[in-house]
Design a protein around this ligand. Structure first.
Ligand code: BGC
Length: 342
């Protein structure tokens, strides 16, 4: 009899322990922070790095990350963001396809008490909680200033990025800051200004061909706003046997751009250490989800509605002289890949 009672007591203890364990792990799951990462697209090389580093870092800190790729469609991005809210994310990190259209993501998220971090691209006319990017105006300044040192006189073509991306405008602003004194002194002339729809290299190729035709190939320098579009520009120049003759800028330190710098067809890129922005954003997203104050948003950037607390990281211009030091030693690309020796 006593033996039977002891067995029953032991069983009760076992069940109680199992039940308590399950309850605890359910509690842990409930506490785990869920981050929704909403991406414009993965077409440009850097975004895969952004995604992978962000996810790995956030997961290393105990969060769960859901990633959605809108593949260049602003409406789809808004739907995906709504969908992630339904899935119960605690915070949204948005790389906006369209800085204006994404404002409604912020509005819906705030109705649900979900904070929003604008990653790399500012979300306009909204109460977005935090903006983390590189100093885009400075990127534009560095691009144009480099080209102006190479070509202090002559005809310039400015090829901007997607008009729907606030960064494209900031880049143009920085470029003009570098070029205006030379224009005022009559040393350079901007003979054409364009925007590449969706940052599409094919649009960049087409627009450069048109500009070359219109100006009878009398273009001495091209300030292109990223490496993808620089690729299109250089293809158009190559068609006129001008690749390598006309300096072209870019940004991102894409592998293809680094290879063109080695070959001499692209003059400069602007390197932005993706590791910094992605890890910082992962940490800040968790802080936002936990309702902690953001202590290191040292900048304020006006988005048309508010001064958004911002963290702006520093970009670095890269040409053939510091490519090894910055891009290869920094581990961004392998030497064999950049120099095509593998
Ligand atoms: C980013 C660039 C990128 C471009 C196209 C910009 O907003 O800052 O790094 O090349 O978008 O994706």
């Amino acid at each position: 009899m006593t033996a039977r009672i002891s067995v029953m007591l032991a069983l009760i203890c076992v069940f109680a322990t199992i039940f308590r364990g399950e309850a605890q792990s359910k509690q842990q799951q409930d506490k785990q922070i869920k981050i929704g990462l909403s991406m414009d697209s993965l077409r440009v090389e850097r975004w895969r790095k952004d995604r992978d580093i962000f996810k790995k870092h956030a997961e290393g800190l105990g969060a769960k990350v859901i990633v959605q790729n809108a593949d260049g469609d602003a409406r789809r991005q808004n739907e995906q963001a709504e969908n992630m809210m339904t899935q119960g994310v605690d915070v949204l990190v948005v790389i906006a396809k369209d800085g204006v259209a994404a404002a409604s993501i912020v509005e819906s998220a705030h109705k649900e008490g979900i904070k929003v971090l604008a990653y790399d691209r500012l979300i306009l006319n909204s109460d977005v909680d935090l903006y983390i990017s590189f100093d885009n105006e400075q990127v534009g300044y560095l691009q144009a200033e480099y080209i102006a040192r190479k070509v202090p006189q002559g005809n310039y073509f400015l090829l901007g990025g997607a008009p729907t991306d606030n960064n494209a405008r900031l880049l143009r602003k920085g470029q003009m800051r570098a070029l205006q004194p030379l224009i005022d002194r009559g040393e350079i002339q901007i003979v054409a200004k364009q925007w590449a729809v969706d940052w599409d290299p094919r649009d960049a190729l087409k627009k450069t061909e048109q500009v070359l035709t219109q100006h009878h190939n009398q273009i001495d320098a091209v300030v292109a706003s990223n490496d993808g579009t620089a690729g299109g520009v250089i293809q158009a120049l190559a068609g006129q046997k001008l690749a390598g003759e006309v300096p072209v800028s870019g940004q991102d330190a894409d592998l293809a751009a680094c290879q063109r710098i080695v070959e001499g067809t692209q003059a400069v890129t602007v390197y932005k250490p993706i590791h910094f922005i992605a890890t910082k954003a992962a940490e800040e997203a968790i802080a936002l989800a936990e309702g902690e104050p953001i202590s290191d948003a040292t900048h304020k950037v006006n988005n048309g509605k508010i001064d958004v607390p911002s963290i702006l990281l520093t970009p670095i211009p890269v040409d053939k002289d510091n490519l090894d030091e910055v891009v290869i030693k920094g581990g961004f690309h392998k030497r064999e890949a950049v120099y095509k020796t593998q």
